[in-house]
Ligand binder design. Sequence first.
Ligand code: GDP
Ligand code: ZN
Length: 343
Amino acid sequence: MTQTTAKVTAVHKERYELIPCRDGLRPSAGANSAPLYGRLKTGIYMNGMEPYPTVGDIVDILFNPQGDSVIIKTHSRRSYFSRLDPDPGGHREQAVAANFDYVFIMQSLNQDFNLRRMERYLALVWQSGATPVIVLTKADLTENPSRQLGEIESAAMGVDTVLVSAVTGSGLDGLEKYLQPGKTCVFLGSSGVGKSSLLNALMGADVMTVKAIREDDAKGRHTTTHRQLAALPNGACVIDTPGMRELGFWGEEGDEGISGIFSDIETVLGGCRFSDCRHQSEPGCAVRAAIERGDVAQERWESYQKLKREALYAENKAAAMREKSERNQHIAVWSRQRKKEVW
Ligand code: GDP
Ligand code: ZN
């Protein structure tokens, strides 16, 4: 088997869709046609010697013309999004997209517009190593977006904002600057914001994979992975991610969103004898009692814990990010002042 490099275009449970790289980085032409499949070399990946590949990753493979190739190495990433591995017992960071240049933070101008969520997205993008672009969708549905634009201006100073309509095609030329050959853009936004429609408008034709993504979505978000990379006719690449939830943010307000949906569990939680109860074998544990009574299903308790962990992880990341940017601001102010004093 010959060794070569490839780019990961889709992640299934154990199988990776790949396209060969022409020059080690750029996918070769016809990236949307017949994919190559690869599986991880267990001896390398199970020992934690290499990070698990994700969409956008460049990997070394042992090419197998007869069947699945063998993935033996993940190249270092110039940018990535990650979350906490949602598998029980998994404590590791898990990348969900890699090697992108721009992230289109997408919100529609009608119901979906939410400034707080945009701030969360912005923090994530700055941390990822890529450049954010705010893309406001469904421009055809709004007469005057000046209120939203004003709010964005103050929340996201200096970030490019583009208004588009996938229906009329207005504003699409404003995205050309980012969608250059060899560049990769991530579409980030809630379901229904218009990610698939924008991708279709940019492709100039319906893409089969978009439909596949949507079907997977309905089936079960935790079992099937549906991150995919599509190549536009001009050679730019687009990665579609399902949204905040995938990145560990749950609901509109993160942690509070979990509480709203699991209010039954949160009520039980208050009843444990010890305030620092770990809900394992402590005496007087209200959670274990509720599970034994059948008031709370074991699986529901597990998914609550899982989402809680993910949300906490994402919150910590965002907080660390805010702290860092505040510190940098202080340093900038301090050095400006110092310059003034010196001169
Ligand atoms: P996704 O879940 O983010 O991929 O969103 P979709 O692309 O599936 O779009 C969700 C809904 O919004 C669909 O009914 C689309 O027809 C509609 N939609 C998407 N883009 C636009 C747009 O620019 N204008 C209008 N009026 N509707 C749009
Ligand atoms: Zn307890």
